[in-house]
Design a protein around this ligand. Structure first.
Ligand code: MN
Length: 248
């Protein structure tokens, strides 16, 4: 996918289209996508757990350091390890199949592959979706315009997204995705499923994810999932969301 994005940037540069709105790229401008199972230009995630882009205490007070340490070094690390075991057991060569492609055909694999492939992807994606808290943290530019167009207002979007997280019974994730027709959609997935999976009801290119498993908030918020979600808005890395939106 990196190849595709580079190819796209090169194309834009060469043709002087960079910065132009609503550019539709011809097929040949998207080199390197051959063999991709998923139709979505989703962010690629390496199979190895990556270093956190900030320290454990960087997200305080919205998310406390101990929650981050246990979440990253125990829960998320376990998904990564179990995914690695499942790849070996099911003879998948990670050098030959990208994670997004694996997820796009996840119905062919075991529940272990589904739970841990999703768990690994979702957490890596989640860490990158956040940054140190900012007072009055809001999106701008193209992503803001799309949110306003598809949801009416930023407040309506935030309410609907928070509801998706609050109303997900048990464990799962809330998502903002870009559908194939370019529309923004809010939804949620159970357990460690995600919108790239062929068996997911919610489908699209993930732009933003929120972990609503109890392990993501229980130490600080206990049963108050709504308070966790409310505090989490200060952490959203909107420039990353914007980049994903542009690449999707
Ligand atoms: Mn989690």
């Amino acid at each position: 996918m990196e190849k595709k994005m580079n190819g796209r940037r090169e194309f834009l540069k060469k043709t002087g289209l960079a910065g132009a709105a609503a550019v539709v790229l011809p097929h040949w401008a998207c080199a390197g996508t051959k063999g991709m199972v998923t139709p979505f230009a989703a962010e690629e995630i390496p199979y190895q757990q990556q270093a956190l882009p900030y320290s454990y205490n960087a997200l305080e007070p919205s998310i406390d350091a101990m929650t981050m340490e246990i979440h990253y070094s125990k829960h998320a690390a376990a998904y990564t390890k179990n995914l690695s075991d499942a790849l070996t057991a099911e003879s998948v060569d990670p050098a030959k199949m990208k994670l997004t492609a694996l997820l796009g055909s996840i119905s062919k694999y075991s529940p272990k592959m589904r739970n841990n492939g999703g768990g690994h992807y979702n957490h890596e994606f989640f860490w990158k979706s956040m940054k140190a808290p900012v007072e009055g943290n809001v999106p701008a530019g193209m992503i803001l315009q799309s949110i306003q167009k598809d949801f009416g207002s930023l407040d309506t979007f935030k309410t609907q997204f928070a509801d998706a997280g609050k109303n997900r019974f048990g464990s799962g994730w809330a998502w903002l995705v870009k559908s194939n027709d370019g529309k923004l959609i809010i939804g949620s997935t159970p357990n460690q499923d995600n919108p790239l999976m062929d068996l997911s009801d919610l489908k699209g290119t993930p732009l933003l994810a929120l972990d609503v498993w109890e392990h993501a908030y229980y130490l600080k918020y206990q049963n108050r999932r709504a308070d966790y979600i409310n505090a989490w808005w200060s952490l959203v890395n909107w420039s990353v969301v914007q980049k994903r939106f542009e690449s999707a």
